[in-house]
Write a protein that binds this ligand. Structure first.
Ligand code: DC
Length: 228
């Protein structure tokens, strides 16, 4: 496994990894807000790469071409928006297609390598909450608190289904379930930085846990880490 060191070891990082639609993004953002920490949505970076590759007619399975494309991108997060070369593409990257594309481009080691420095650049005072698949295992391996947030595939599919209905987008539960199963298999099965729970992570299963309880569990765990 690729291991990277992070600068500024004394600045705290909370990593929240887990599968698609587990609710980790919402929990991570709320924890960051509560602590006044920055928030890194690493999945958005892979979505931007998939989007940019598509715009440039680069096939998602062309590892080298996608990696070269990734190196040229100027990605910024500003006021909850995701900017690519100063254009707001927040909506475009949130589609099911870009989720699938992100999972496909994320398989390639050179693509992952192209995004490492950008991810490390979020590690700034007073602290960072980083959400993704390999935050605790590869990107911030010495984070003092690592959470692995998950839920059953059925619960996650139901949440995604309700989310799409809420946005008046077409939604089919069976298709969503199948897509999630495929993405889980790809994210867990890849050779480079697969989705896996870090050895020293806390497992948080959210099938029967609301967002507020999940956020409070993370905040309490962080309090324990900082006072011990
Ligand atoms: O969290 P998300 O659904 O936006 O992520 C989209 C895809 O990006 C996910 O299926 C796998 C990939 N990803 C990754 O490989 N590593 C990360 N740290 C974050 C996301």
């Amino acid at each position: 496994m690729q291991v990277t060191t992070t600068p500024a070891q004394h600045i705290p990082v909370i990593t929240i990894d887990g599968p698609s639609a587990s609710g980790k993004g919402t929990v991570a953002q709320l924890v960051a807000d509560k602590l006044g920490f920055a928030y890194l949505d690493s999945g958005a970076l892979y979505r931007v790469v998939a989007f940019a590759a598509q715009q440039n007619n680069i096939a998602w399975d062309d590892a080298n071409a996608v990696a070269e494309c990734a190196k040229t991108l100027h990605i910024k997060f500003k006021n909850g928006q995701v900017l690519l070369n100063d254009h707001d593409i927040s909506e475009e990257i949130r589609t099911e297609l870009m989720g699938k594309g992100a999972s496909q481009v994320a398989v390639h080691a050179p693509v992952r390598a192209a995004l490492i420095d950008l991810q490390h650049s979020f590690h700034q005072a007073p602290g960072l909450v980083a959400d993704g698949r390999d935050m605790g295992t590869v990107i911030f391996p010495s984070a003092p608190l690592k959470i692995f947030l998950t839920a059953s595939t059925e619960t996650r599919a139901e949440r995604r289904y309700q989310q799409l209905l809420g946005k008046n987008q077409p939604a089919n539960y069976e298709n969503i379930l199948q897509d999630l199963q495929e993405r889980d298999a790809r994210d867990k099965g890849r050779a480079s930085a697969p989705l896996v729970m870090a050895e020293n992570a806390i497992l948080l299963e959210t099938d029967n846990l609301g967002i507020t309880d999940a956020v409070n569990t993370v905040l309490n765990a962080y309090k324990n880490v900082t006072t011990n």
